[in-house]
Design a protein around this ligand. Sequence first.
Ligand code: 0FX
Length: 248
Amino acid sequence: MKSKYLVVTDNGPQYKAFIKMLEEKFPIELSNFDFKKSAESKIAKLYEEDIKHLEIVNVKEDYQFLIDNYSIIFSLHCKQIFPKELVTSVKCINIHPGYNPINRGWYPQVFAINYNLPIGATIHEMDELVDHGGIIDRQLLEIKPWETSKEVYENILKLEIDLIEKNLLKILDNAYTAYYDKDSKENFFTRQAYKNLCEINLNETVTYGDAINRLRALSHGKYSNAYFIDEKTKEKIFLNIVLKQTDQ
Ligand code: 0FX
């Protein structure tokens, strides 16, 4: 008999924040939730420290087990794409760090900063397409001109938890109406598009505004993202931008 919910997460801060939210706001539901990480979870990055202990589930291979044992499966930044067999058999809900359909795909805030697009967070039902399916709830977030990818991303993580808190009981009770936004321009950004953005061509002519936006889109704490190739040594030289709101 299925009566359990599963959260598959490859993101430490969101795992911790989800549990804290359940403990504080929905303690009765806590025991109905299982937490696992995916087979594509890679430990040792900035956001994966706190999920080291979680059991691994291979969503692509073990979907029959998941179908048999869970009534709702949440993808909370799960790195594996849920297979068709799973999303058509069990209610699967994605918590996406972007405002759908404008920011589908990889590292949404990076592309939002670089291309001056709106950003936010979305909770949606999952279908066979990535970051696609009926929207349950979503919210926009303002990007401040001094913020880099890191600050925007961390605000998105908080917004995601607010949205989950607001919608959790409706989702568990199936008491919501999902919808599609046909009016907004849809974008889908790939991992390869992100890689392309990281390589700065020293001969490209752009405005200061566009250059600053590209660098703040690629500045994310300790990560080395943006780089150029030094003409003499042919070495990769990484760069980050530092922005300050006022002169402190
Ligand atoms: O878990 P996540 O925040 O999100 C990514 C995708 O963007 C998302 O669309 C997908 N649903 C999810 C499963 O995977 O990714 P992350 O923890 O690898 O990275 C978080 C942020 O850190 C990212 O938005 C930008 C930054 N980052 C990360 C890496 C690995 C960098 O700036 N450079 C990097 O090399």
